[in-house]
Design a protein around this ligand. Structure first.
Ligand code: UDP
Length: 354
């Protein structure tokens, strides 16, 4: 399925720019880069409502730069490379986009309330991650995780847990950053893709176009909802948000340390001869007789493999850091990568330490 960020194909900045709803994209002069222009257009309701606001592109580029650079410094890969020559331009890495929108919610608003009948502004017990199929023709419908697999929407090296944990990490960092500025991060949408080396990165943009943000004291909207609902001036609103962030510097060292638990499972590679498992399988095949019952009839042992399981607790400041730590531990020293496969399962945020 072709996706926005991979659309320009020519290199050398000579391709015809691709016009998205809020950004124009053109292949950059360096391979695997894109020149991005943030447009002044605002759209809502799948493009039915449209207006142009002088200065919106530069504001959204500045928000995106600020947030992508912050996330990069926290170890979360993004498409951001550098600012462009104009206030509304930037240089991105080209990504092969995953056609799924990942939405994280802290407070129930918008489509969640309509779909589940939740009261507006219900504070959710834990951040909720939802997936939507990126399809204008279908109106970006909610898609269950099993259908993401069914439609083959994830590249082979990517699993849904990575999308979920990257999104939760972004939520932890941005929620804390906004909170320091007196702003509540209600919900937001992310898009992700793979770079030319196969690294999963955040793509698209991070701006009040794709987030719901509220003044924590007054509840006043500080995002594109003012345009959607016609309740305020978009530029004044975005400028007010930028002003709040500028007045409240914040850094990652203030993030609380949290405890995450997980299970690292280690087993012999499928193609590695494991004499112990072979003997055990053979013995059980000879001796195991299913109890006489129509339910068990036809059942037999095919293969028995032994596994090692390690219950692990670690501390980290966000989910992406935790996932990286678990993966590193699983690769080595908990397994021998020459003869064993290792994977991490059941990872959960255990409890906040501070
Ligand atoms: N969102 C977005 N683009 C979309 C759909 C949603 O940026 O195509 C953002 C939206 O701004 C909000 C969050 O995702 O911050 C959740 O949106 P919701 O599902 O409530 O959809 P809505 O009712 O706003 O259409």
């Amino acid at each position: 399925m072709p996706t926005v960020m991979e659309t320009p194909t020519a290199i050398g900045g000579t391709s015809v720019p691709f016009q998205g709803k809020s950004k124009e994209l053109q292949a950059g002069t360096v391979a695997n880069t894109l020149w991005v222009t943030f447009k002044n257009d605002a759209t809502a309701f799948n493009g039915e409502k449209h207006a142009v606001f002088e200065g919106k592109g530069a504001l959204n580029k500045a928000f995106t730069q600020q947030f992508f650079e912050l996330l990069e410094s926290a170890g979360i890969p993004t498409c951001w490379l550098s600012t462009g020559e104009l206030p509304e331009t930037a240089v991105y890495r080209t990504l092969q986009m995953i056609p799924v929108e990942v939405v994280v919610r802290n407070v129930a608003q918008g489509s969640l309330c309509k779909r589940l009948g939740l009261a507006e502004n219900t504070i959710l017990k834990a951040p909720l991650v939802e997936y939507f199929l990126k399809s204008d023709a279908l109106g970006d419908p909610a898609i269950p995780p099993s259908a993401i697999t069914e439609l083959g929407l994830l590249p082979s090296r990517v699993c849904l847990k990575q999308l979920e944990w990257m999104a939760l990490a972004v939520n932890t960092i941005l929620s804390a950053r906004f909170k320091a500025a007196g702003v509540t991060l209600v919900d937001f949408k992310l898009e992700m893709g793979l770079d030319s080396e196969g690294t999963l990165r955040l793509g698209d943009e991070l701006s009040p176009d794709g987030c719901r943000l509220q003044d924590a004291a007054s509840g006043q909207s500080l995002d594109k909802d003012v345009f959607r609902k016609g309740t305020g001036d978009l530029i004044e609103t975005y400028q007010a948000l930028a002003g709040k962030l500028a007045k409240s510097p914040w850094d990652l060292s203030t993030l609380p340390i949290q405890t995450y638990t997980g299970v690292v499972v280690v087993q012999s590679r499928a193609n590695i001869l494991n004499p112990q498992s072979r003997t055990l399988t053979h013995t059980l095949q000879q001796t195991f007789v299913p109890a006489a019952s129509s339910l068990l009839e036809g059942g037999a042992i095919q293969q028995v493999d032994s596994q090692k399981r390690f219950q692990v607790s670690i501390t980290a400041t966000h989910h992406w850091q935790a996932l990286a730590l678990f993966n590193q531990l699983a690769d080595e020293p908990l397994s021998n990568p020459v003869i064993e496969d290792a994977f991490v399962e059941d990872i959960t945020l255990a409890k906040e330490r501070s």
